[in-house]
Design a binder for this molecule. Structure first.
Ligand code: NAP
Length: 303
């Protein structure tokens, strides 16, 4: 089969190559992949990732072979799938656990579905970890990105007042339409203390937002795309009794994937696919993602 593999001599360290087909384990289905999405956190950035590794956390396609255990979907079912670490989803065939997938209704395209696993389920689980309730004021940093655009929508669906923080006004385009009540380029745009922060950016912005977090507020640290350290003012957390939580999405996505797929099918959640194209153009998509030119998700079609 063909796959996008780590190749340190290629642009963005990725190239299409011919590799052996995967051998599914007893509790895995074999999926013929139709579309995959890119996540910031899985792009190879150094020689530390062995050449030949097949990345890919998110992939959607059609079940080609059912699991030997008898669990999970049957051949011909359309599915969206996830696997952690070097997920091996950026390939024509993927062997994947029956616990890390959801069956797709006809209303949800492979491209929409491929955008969901890591970005949407991270946003969903982070909101849950913060116990977001109707009426809460919720700030989302990096709201222009993949996790951010899902977080804005899911916080809005939960009845929150949403502050979407972005790097520039252009990066904020489309956020009001999907549920942001306020779009701002820095913490100054937060005009009343927020109860919950979902932070994708870290760095100085996180420090500024901590200063605008309500007493007993909860800050969920999801990512740190700024790559910069955060400096806290003396007693900053203590004075407001703010809880700062380090978050990891984890595994066992099946039920949560089925939930977000249902929201998309019902038209209540938009899959924010901003870049779509063949995996032959993966280099273009990765460059755009790294350059912060994607508003939401980049999706590659496979084959
Ligand atoms: N903890 C977990 O389990 C988990 C799960 C998923 C993702 N993550 C992390 O969450 C973060 C967001 O992921 P994502 O997939 O949503 O990424 P993404 O689509 O690339 O979005 C990241 C956003 O961060 C902002 N940003 C600010 N400074 C940046 C910089 N120097 N370089 C790049 N972006 C910068 C960008 O917004 P502006 O251009 O508007 O500033 C961009 O839209 C990443 O750090 C990722 O690794 C963590």
């Amino acid at each position: 089969m063909r796959a996008l593999v780590v190749d340190h001599s290629a642009p963005n360290r990725l190239a299409l190559a011919t590799v052996p087909d995967p051998e599914p384990g007893p509790d895995q289905v074999l999926v013929r992949v139709a579309a995959v999405s890119l996540n910031y956190g899985e792009l190879p950035t150094s020689e530390g990732v062995p050449a030949g590794t097949i990345p890919g956390w998110d992939a959607a396609g059609v079940v080609e072979r059912a699991a030997a255990s008898g669990r999970g979907p049957k051949p011909g079912d359309r599915v969206v799938t996830f696997a952690p670490n070097a997920g091996a989803g950026w390939a024509e065939l993927r062997a994947v656990s029956v616990d890390e997938l959801a069956v797709l209704p006809d209303e949800v395209s492979f491209e929409q579905a491929a955008s969901l696993p890591v970005a949407a389920v991270t946003a969903l689980r982070a909101l849950r970890a913060a116990n977001v309730r109707p009426g809460h004021r919720v700030a989302v940093t990096g709201a222009s990105g993949g996790v951010g655009r899902f977080a804005v929508q899911l916080a809005h669906l939960a009845g929150a007042e949403v502050y979407a923080l972005v790097g520039s006004p252009e990066r904020g385009e489309g956020l009001v339409e999907i549920g942001a009540d306020h779009v701002a380029t820095g913490a100054d745009g937060i005009d009343a203390p927020v109860d919950v922060v979902l932070d994708n950016v870290g760095g100085p912005l996180l420090g500024d937002i901590l200063g605008r977090t309500a007493e007993h507020g909860v800050v969920i640290s999801i990512g740190a795309t700024s790559g910069e350290p955060t400096v806290l003012a003396p007693y900053q957390l203590i004075a407001g009794l703010v809880t700062l939580i380090g978050f990891r999405m984890g595994a066992g996505l099946g039920d949560d994937l089925a939930y977000v797929v249902r929201l998309v099918a019902e038209g209540r959640l938009q899959a924010p696919v901003d870049w779509r194209g063949s995996w032959e153009k993966a280099d273009e998509a990765v460059t755009a993602l790294r350059a912060r030119r994607i508003r939401g998700k980049a999706v590659l079609t496979v084959g």
